[in-house]
Design a protein around this ligand. Sequence first.
Ligand SMILES: Nc1nc2c(c(=O)[nH]1)N[C@H]1C(S)=C(S)[C@@H](COP(=O)(O)O)O[C@H]1N2
Ligand SMILES: [Mo]
Length: 320
Amino acid sequence: MLIRKAADLTYADITPKSVYLDRRKFLRAMGIAGAAAVAGRSLFELATPAQTAFAGTKLSGLAKSPFSTTEKQNSYEDVTHYNNFYEFGTDKSDPAKNAQKFQTSPWTVSVEGDVAKPRKFTMDEILKIAPLEERIYRHRCVEAWSIVVPWIGFSFHNLIKLVEPMPKAQFVAFQSYYDPRQMPQGRGAGIDFPYVEGLRMDEAMNPLTLLCVGMYGETLPNQDGAPVRMVIPWKYGFKSIKSLVKIKFQSKMPPTTWNLSVPNWYGFYSNVNPNVDHPRWSQAKERRLGEIFKRNTLMFNGYGDQVVSMYNGMDLKKNF
Ligand SMILES: Nc1nc2c(c(=O)[nH]1)N[C@H]1C(S)=C(S)[C@@H](COP(=O)(O)O)O[C@H]1N2
Ligand SMILES: [Mo]
């Protein structure tokens, strides 16, 4: 096996085109992983024993997205310490504490079902599907709080095209990773795992639907769904499934975790809608984290121009 010293490696040897590691963090990760292990191993595998160093790996060369909001971003501190990730506990502060040792490398995402080209993607392969963009989106939780986050990723349709769905693929089912040994806090969460979600095919193809690998210029922190998650900004936050391991194309509407748990509270569509209240939280207003006064919630979370045509003729009170 060819063994090269860290100093001899060029970025081109180890990184996909649009992704460049911050040099200091890379060398730190290398130090722990061991330079001798480099040859033939992937960028993500390299970081295995040094996951905490890798979780904060800088992603640069990001394209700016026309879909970004110009609203004030929330702080990194807010977005990484006020989380819903029930596998790691139900308190907003639990994921930041309990997900620190979550092993996210190596990682593969299996894409299957009604597609001509089913396959598994490694994280390195996912990072090469399309150029990474920064997308600053509003994110609205059904619990009536919201945040503005500079996510990093690319439109999910780029992945869809690679696997060539068949005409009978009308829906996409998503599944999160679940390992009760790494996620013991999930046992008391009161919902079933693995966490599952779904989209209709046209929703999955909408350019706003983001396959997300990072935030704030870095790879995703564990508590925000490392190493890869969905972000669907016109729907309530629970649709944006974290730590994805399986994507399945199918003809039937897939079950979703919160709908399975409390069907009359959580529908399949879950589009942000200030006119349809949830039994526990009025959806008319929301509190942006870090602000005192509530603001009005916008239909489709303010993304109506890009999404309303998908729901023409549908009664959005019935299809909540
Ligand atoms: N696997 C999984 N994905 C999940 C959740 C979860 O508990 N488990 N919570 C959802 C909810 S309710 C919200 S509001 C968002 C929160 O994302 P954030 O913590 O990155 O802001 O993740 C969603 N994705
Ligand atoms: Mo949420």
